[in-house]
Write a new protein. Structure first.
Length: 352
């Protein structure tokens, strides 16, 4: 299946590109606006945020960090979320207008039921990996009747299957499963991109398949995103920042405008390379068929009436004479007229 939003059908040839600002705006509307503009200019289809309040997402006393604290030193999830939960509904509505003005779709992942209801104006709704098993939130989102983008990080196939069944039962319009490794950052050796093929094999008849990436970018290297589309991902989601050098949070494993622009350019070249449908393409190569293929020539002078042997003829490139594909029918035939060294063999040389 493919992701269909509005009148557009997204495939691995033309994947839906989500630049996930998340909370890389760090509470600044001006910075969030700038990041939307950069992502739009660089070719994103959507810019995604995260909508939560720390008290509704994590325990104050029991929410230990699960990320690499070399890059993000905060030791508590609640403490980290508290730094970036200042935006109110009016702020997200403003950002949605900024997205609209810049020609990209606004998305924001809801992390509680109240946020899910508020964000029901979105074209689609994202469920984070950590909430794949969150039954009440999952059902609230399904009841919105929107396309659902479901990240599958840290989940088993059976958990994914149960989530699909539950989402469809409670009203989800369509589903896209995003392979994701819930590890910040993800080392390339742990990207496990073969999981895209597994998800497609298991669920490809009932859901589109995509990829949500947490591999740290190295000097514009986009290998993991390229491999994902080669494996059939029709949605690509990647954290986005205006400055990958900023410390903490999600900046360190995000892409920037140059990275996104480079990936969009790669996809455009890839589409050109995959323009043809794999058919015979004979018309395009007709001149080559005529002049580059080998034909049968006489390797020596051969008298009329002779029975043709292999050593009497040779295969050479030429634009006249019988094609070498007729070799087996020529050997053993009789000549009705003589052939001369270097002359192309034609039907006129053969007895009727």
């Amino acid at each position: 299946m493919h992701l269909v939003l509005g009148e557009r059908n997204y495939t691995a040839l033309n994947p839906y590109l989500i630049a996930e600002v998340g909370v890389n705006h760090e509470g600044s509307l001006e910075l969030a606006k700038k990041q939307i503009e950069l992502a739009a200019e660089s070719g994103a289809h959507a810019v995604k945020f995260q909508t939560y309040k720390a008290d509704k997402i994590a325990s104050k006393e029991h929410s230990r960090a699960y990320w690499n604290r070399t890059y993000e030193p905060t030791s508590s999830q609640h403490e980290l979320f508290s730094k970036y939960d200042a935006f109110e509904p009016r702020d997200y509505l403003y950002l949605a207008e900024v997205c609209k003005h810049n020609g990209v779709e606004f998305l924001s992942t809801p992390f509680d039921e109240e946020a899910a209801i508020f964000l029901s104006f979105q074209a689609a709704v994202k469920i984070a990996s950590a909430d794949l098993t969150n039954i009440p939130l999952r059902r609230r989102i399904a009841a919105l009747g929107k396309p659902v983008l479901l990240s599958t990080g840290a989940s088993t196939i059976s958990e994914v299957r149960e989530a699909i069944t539950d989402l469809k039962k409670h009203g989800a319009e369509s589903l896209t499963l995003l392979h994701c490794v819930l590890r910040y950052p993800t080392e390339p050796t742990n990207a496990n991109l073969g999981r895209i093929s597994v998800l497609n094999r298991e669920f490809g008849d009932e859901a589109a398949i995509g990829y949500s990436d947490h591999v740290r970018m190295e000097d514009g290297e986009l290998a993991q995103l390229k491999v994902a589309v080669e494996l059939g991902a029709s949605v690509i989601e990647k954290h986005f920042t205006h400055d990958k050098g900023m410390g903490g949070n999600d900046h360190y494993h995000a892409m920037d405008a140059d990275d996104l622009r480079g990936f969009v350019e790669y996809l455009a070249k890839r589409r050109i390379l995959l323009t043809r449908d794999g058919s015979d393409d004979i018309e395009l190569q007709a001149e080559a068929r005529q002049h580059a293929r080998r034909r049968i020539f006489f390797a020596q002078d051969v008298p009329s009436g002779s029975t043709i042997r292999d050593d009497m003829i040779v295969a050479l490139r030429g634009d006249v004479g019988l094609e070498v594909s007729e070799w087996d029918s020529i050997v053993g035939a009789s000549l009705s007229q003589p052939g001369f060294l270097g002359e192309p063999l034609t039907h006129a040389h053969l007895e009727a």
